[in-house]
Write a protein that binds this ligand. Structure first.
Ligand code: SF4
Length: 378
């Protein structure tokens, strides 16, 4: 049913202005009790058929947990589901909430990949975004991670920031290349409803770059990072050879995963797949877990049509694209018989290309990926 595990830690020291994730500032007793709730949920959910191939602690700010708490969680996961010896075990970390000692502790606890939320190397942008750290803290966190023994470090960067020029974005990318992480995730800033950014920009922040400038930023990242030896293996992700994110690749390949914690989503490989989500507030989650009856909301059992569409729009995110024989093997129907005319249309518009038996997005298709994906919806 699942071979990957996602653990959501819904706490942050302070909410960033652009953030639409489920997270809030915790009381200290909430941080203390939360790992025990996760362990209880894991016990309620039962075990995987096989040991999991990856574990991902995401958030929120998972680096607010103590190394001992993470060690205890991993111990329990190993006991309940098993963890493969080669499993990728990632912790998202905020540069403002780690130091040399905690990073060493995380490594000793069994974390083997760190994903640092650097976002920008320019203090003015960090300030405008409402991040809790300065650029120098990010550089220090990176050095500390190396010192602690992490040889697989990913960093997140955001482009299309208020008032950002192409030259400034170039400088961010050059900073990232100099740091030499194994993996870089790059997102364009989007203004989500309900965030402080959606209501008004704080003083000192400027207007957002327009679509053309955002597209230039996407292309500049592709150009500079691939020239520096990174593979552009997914729309928003770059990796040195051998360092693609195992866990996230599983999402794009529709592997089953169990999500633990407040607001965590799961995808179980049962029939064409079932998507489920946990309560999105701590109180309901705590009540469900402690009573032994944790209701999941939003259960969606996929039809064959849903699953085929997902297969396309998740698979096309990857540079390796969608293999026609693999699609037919999965669904017993040739891809051309289901999406032939849609794919031909998109190819005519220069968004999609078929090379032998593989469909991939063009660079323009990557830029306009949301428009491409809606064409495959049932
Ligand atoms: S650290 Fe991440 S999850 Fe927390 S508020 Fe900022 S953007 Fe949101």
């Amino acid at each position: 049913m699942f071979n990957r595990l996602y653990v959501h830690i819904p706490f942050c020291i302070k909410k960033c202005r652009y953030c639409a994730f489920v997270s809030s500032t915790p009381k200290s007793e909430e941080l203390q009790e939360y790992p025990a709730l996760l362990i209880r949920e894991l016990q309620l959910r039962g075990s995987a058929a096989d040991p999991v191939a990856s574990v991902y602690f995401g958030g929120g700010t998972p680096s607010l947990l103590q190394p001992q708490q993470l060690a205890r969680l991993l111990e329990e996961i190993a006991a309940q589901t098993g963890i493969q010896a080669t499993a990728e075990i990632t912790l998202e970390a905020n540069p403002g909430s780690v130091d040399q000692i905690s990073l060493k502790g995380f490594r000793d606890a069994g974390i083997n990949r760190i994903s640092l939320g650097i976002q920008s190397f320019d203090d003015r942008f960090l300030e405008c975004l409402g991040r809790i750290h300065a650029a120098e803290q990010s550089r220090q966190a990176f050095r500390d991670a190396r010192e602690a023994g992490f040889n697989n470090v990913s960093i997140d960067l955001i482009h299309s920031l208020p008032g950002q020029s192409l030259l400034q974005w170039r400088s961010e990318l050059l900073h990232a290349i100099r740091l030499a992480p194994e993996h870089i995730s790059i997102y364009g800033l989007t203004v989500e409803e309900g965030t402080p950014f959606a209501l008004s920009y704080p003083a000192g922040c400027h207007e957002l770059p327009d679509d053309d400038l955002s597209a230039d930023m996407f292309e500049l990242a592709d150009e500079l990072l691939t020239a520096a030896g990174f593979e552009h293996y997914e729309i928003a992700n770059y990796a040195r050879p051998g360092y693609r994110s195992e866990h996230n690749s599983g999402y794009w390949k529709r592997d089953g995963y169990l999500g633990l914690g407040v607001a965590a989503h799961s995808f179980l490989r049962d029939g064409y797949g079932v998507r489920l989500s946990n309560p999105d507030n701590l109180e309901d989650y705590r009540r469900g877990v402690t009573s032994g009856r944790l209701e999941r909301s939003g259960e969606q059992r996929l039809t064959q049509g849903d699953a085929m569409a997902e297969y396309l729009f998740l698979g096309l995110r990857l540079a390796e694209g969608v293999s026609l024989p693999a699609f037919e093997g999965e669904f017993g129907r040739p891809l051309e018989s289901v999406y032939g005319s849609t794919a031909a249309d998109l190819a005519r518009c220069g968004l999609l290309v078929q090379n032998k038996s593989v469909l991939t997005l063009t660079r323009r298709g990557m830029l306009l990926s949301n428009q491409v994906f809606t064409r495959f919806l049932p």
